[in-house]
Design a protein around this ligand. Structure first.
Ligand code: FAD
Length: 315
């Protein structure tokens, strides 16, 4: 019996992908192939990252606009608060809303190397950015007559590198919920229990918003190590050893996809309301994972009727 083979009546699971703005014309071409391939899987939304320094503002906004104008995809715009002043952020939020964006992932962004505090005059925490988004939204309530925008935030299955404890992380998540966050997407994690433990801690602390596992295809040893370093998350030693021991890329992908599917299935078993795939702007691994996951997805008859679990949050 395959519990994940979309049994009739299974609650639908939201599906989303992360993309980043391309850094060159060649990268843009690859990205658009990826976008078309992913679009065919009818995700609930695709998220578009934003550099912590704010330096890729134009390419991020361009990508979001093209997604809105040229595809059926709904963008979730990441926004970080360390690289822009509050006035600039209010302007960017207004611009995004004017273009039709109705979902923002509110983040602090990583501090510049060697810095332990955000630049003076900038917002300190993601929580401050959520409050700013809600203020801008209120000022534009006439435009947003179809409903409030969805605000997502980051959550951490393993301790955030600057945080004193996982307990503190959950307090911060609760604070972000109280400031107006509608849902959370997790940082990468490499052990199944890390997601379920986070959800248990968060629910005990009073966090009620959906917590969506962010899942990275575990197919590249180099990327696993690099992302582990960047995010301060240790990859599974066992997986690293298995990937290091194989000779061919095909074998590496086979092992990596299987490990990713196991991780995502464990999160679904723990009640995950969706899966957010970190694509690194490549579709092959994401689609392989999706194929083997066989998520319970709603059938969409005509038009863009969205019956996903997150529809209230991302309307
Ligand atoms: P915060 O929630 O503000 O937390 C930052 C630190 O401050 C934590 O240590 C927290 O414990 C502490 N803290 C927060 N609030 C309080 C408070 N009220 N009192 C005391 N301490 C507090 N980075 C990018 O640059 N661009 C992206 O597009 C991007 N996308 C991401 C997407 C996801 C799903 C995730 C999980 C991360 C992403 N990041 C991105 C990385 C993120 O910016 C970093 O992890 C950053 O270091 C923290 O961001 P945050 O929003 O969690 O910050």
């Amino acid at each position: 019996l395959d519990l994940h083979s979309n049994p009739a009546g299974a609650a639908p699971v939201a599906l989303s992908y992360e993309l980043f703005p391309p850094r060159s014309p060649a990268a843009a071409e690859t990205l658009w192939t990826t976008i078309r391939e992913l679009e065919a899987t009818e995700p609930d939304y695709v998220s578009v990252t934003y550099g912590a320094s704010g330096s890729n503002r134009d390419t991020a906004v361009d990508l979001i606009n093209r997604l809105l104008l040229e595809t059926t995809l709904r963008p979730l715009a990441h926004l970080t608060c360390v690289g822009n002043t509050p006035a600039e952020l209010a302007e960017i939020i207004g611009e995004l809303l004017d273009h039709g964006v109705r979902g923002i992932l509110a983040l602090r962004g990583d501090l510049p190397k060697g810095g332990s505090q955000p630049a003076s005059g900038s917002l300190r925490y993601a929580q401050d950015l959520i409050e700013l988004i809600r203020r801008v939204e209120q000022r534009r309530s006439a435009l947003l007559c179809a409903g409030k925008i969805a605000v997502g935030v980051a959550a951490y299955p393993t301790r955030h590198p600057e945080s004193p404890s996982v307990g503190h992380d959950v307090e911060v998540l609760l604070a972000k919920q109280r400031s107006g966050a509608d849902f959370a997407i997790t940082q990468v994690f490499f052990h199944a229990n890390e997601y379920s433990d986070l959800v248990t801690r968060a629910r005990r602390a009073g966090v009620t918003i959906p917590i969506i596992p962010g899942v990275m295809p575990l197919t590249s040893l180099r990327r696993l190590k690099r992302l582990g370093e960047l995010a301060g998350v240790d990859p599974s030693v066992e997986l690293v050893e298995r990937l290091a021991a194989v000779d061919t890329e095909a074998e590496c992908r086979r092992i990596g996809v299987a490990a990713t599917v196991d991780l995502a299935n464990a999160a679904l078993d723990a009640g995950a309301p969706g899966i957010h795939l970190y694509t690194f702007n490549e579709h092959a691994d994401a689609l392989d994972v999706l194929d083997k996951l066989a998520l319970p997805r709603p059938s969409r008859p005509a038009g863009r009727v969205n019956t996903m679990a997150l529809r209230q949050e991302y309307a």
